[in-house]
Ligand binder design. Structure first.
Ligand code: EPU
Length: 430
């Protein structure tokens, strides 16, 4: 297992280019199950999760090729298989995104239940409910969702749960409805830019979808979908992470291939904190150095609210604010594994149920910490950049799931960050 050694206190300089969105790329890759002919997907980041999705699709008879120019080409070659194995699904929950396309196109599916993870229980009841309303017969057996249907028929679906809309649940129902007979109306659909990107991709394949980006999606089923070419939107969470990295180190950095309109909740909070973010163009912004950080209160919410995927990184920044901030986690009330690790760096954060109360401290100091999940790992890196001395971040395999070449991008900005493999460390990781 690799670890990162981050030596804090370096001012960052220059520019960073953001990769394509992981959470848009994964369902879009799954959606290619629906199509006849070749698809070319541009801007797919080189990540472990993308490799996992490619493997799942390969096992489902889809040829997936990374072309020399970096594009991903897919083509369905064999439709006889319908299994997404536990061994793959357990490593990446987004694997569940093959369920909707399999039901719609192949009328049969055997997809492992993803199970929980460190950020929470994460049920898939809403995915199942939506697909069942469309006419899928789903049963759960031996840890697998077994699905069968004669045909899917459009209907009205309310897709909200106790924590609001569901991103990949909306993806699944949307994909299934594109080939269903008649009209499907999805209410309380997730509005995240990644869901919008999937809807745009499906539309290019020939799907009839209206209401993209709103909580009401209307899908008129079509007989078939064709292959198409699409460029994935920039990763707003990666962009947000770099913006926060610039802010916490008091640096001036330019973030390219970043759509600030997807980050308005972050921009708003940074302004309250006292930071300036210049919008240079539709796809570029510059973070300006700030003198001190005001404390702020934040609630994570479905889009366009503050993203839960930036909660941990923002907590790192607020741990250096001049006063007390409160973060309320409204999507995953247990997504606070990073609290104890930030406290190891000298932060003063108390967790009370779904709230984190962050008493700002004047400085953080480097220490060994554990990366518990993807975004928590990013928070450790962000905190390490600001901490005095060296922060040793164990289990960075989490970060490789979702950040393309993060240490290379940070090094280019002048950060002192080093990836150390097991072999180089006498003690190694557990
Ligand atoms: N939920 C249910 N039932 C369901 C589905 C969801 O109760 O059937 C609950 C969840 O437990 C949660 C809330 O609804 O409390 C929202 O979950 P959602 O379904 O929207 O999450 P997801 O689709 O599993 C995606 C991202 C996550 C991101 C969340 C929230 C992908 C591949 N994953 O997950 O990304 O945190 O939306 O925005 O798109 C990450 O990239 O690090 C990551 C975890």
């Amino acid at each position: 297992m690799d670890k990162f050694l981050v030596t804090g206190g370096q001012e960052l300089k220059g520019s960073v280019t953001i990769s394509g969105s992981k959470n848009a790329a994964l369902p879009i890759m799954a959606a290619t199950i629906l199509s006849e002919g070749k698809n070319i997907i541009k801007g797919v980041p080189r990540l472990r999760d993308v490799d996992t999705m490619a493997q799942i699709l390969t096992e489902l008879g889809v040829r997936v090729t990374r072309l020399p120019n970096g594009d991903i080409e897919t083509e369905v070659k064999n439709e006889s298989e319908s299994l997404a194995r536990y061994e793959l699904v357990k490593t990446m929950r987004a694997s569940i995104c093959v369920l909707g396309p399999l039901m719609a196109k192949r009328k049969t599916a055997r997809v492992s239940l993803p199970g929980g993870c460190v950020i929470g229980v994460r049920p898939v009841d809403l995915h199942e409910k939506g697909l069942q309303l469309l006419g899928a017969n789903l049963v759960s057996e031996h840890g697998y969702i077994i699905g069968k249907t004669k045909k899917l028929i459009g209907t009205e679906i309310y897709l909200g749960g106790a924590f609001g809309s569901t991103v990949t649940g909306t993806d699944n129902v949307l994909m299934a409805a594109t080939l269903a007979e008649g009209r499907t109306v999805v209410d309380n659909a997730a509005c995240e830019p990644e869901v919008q990107d999937l809807a745009v991709f499906l539309t290019k394949m020939g799907a009839k979808i209206s209401g993209i980006g709103t909580p009401r999606l209307i899908i008129d089923g079509v007989k078939s979908l064709k292959g198409t070419t699409h460029t994935i939107i920039p990763d707003r969470i990666e962009a947000g992470t770099f913006i926060i990295a610039g802010a916490i180190t008091g640096s001036r950095i330019t973030v390219k291939n970043c759509r600030l309109e997807h980050l308005s909740a972050l921009v708003d909070k940074l302004r309250d904190i006292g930071l300036t973010l210049n919008k240079n163009s539709e796809t570029e912004c510059t973070v300006l150095p700030g003198k001190k950080f005001n404390p702020v209160d934040i609630s994570t919410l479905p889009y366009p609210g503050f993203p839960t995927d930036l909660q941990a990184q923002m907590m790192a920044l607020l741990s250096l604010a001049d006063g007390i901030s409160v973060i309320t986690e409204k999507i995953y009330p247990d997504r606070f594994m990073h609290v104890a690790e930030l406290n190891r760096l000298g932060a003063q954060i108390r967790k009370e149920g779904p709230y984190a109360i962050i008493k700002g401290v004047p400085k953080l100091s480097g220490a060994p910490v554990m990366a518990s999940d993807l975004r928590a790992s990013a928070a450790m890196v962000v905190a390490g950049l600001a901490a005095e001395g060296t922060t040793e971040i164990h289990r960075v395999y989490h970060i490789d799931r979702g950040y393309e070449k993060i240490e290379e991008k940070l090094k280019k900005l002048g950060a002192k960050i080093k990836r150390v493999s097991d072999k180089e460390t006498a003690t190694g990781d557990e």
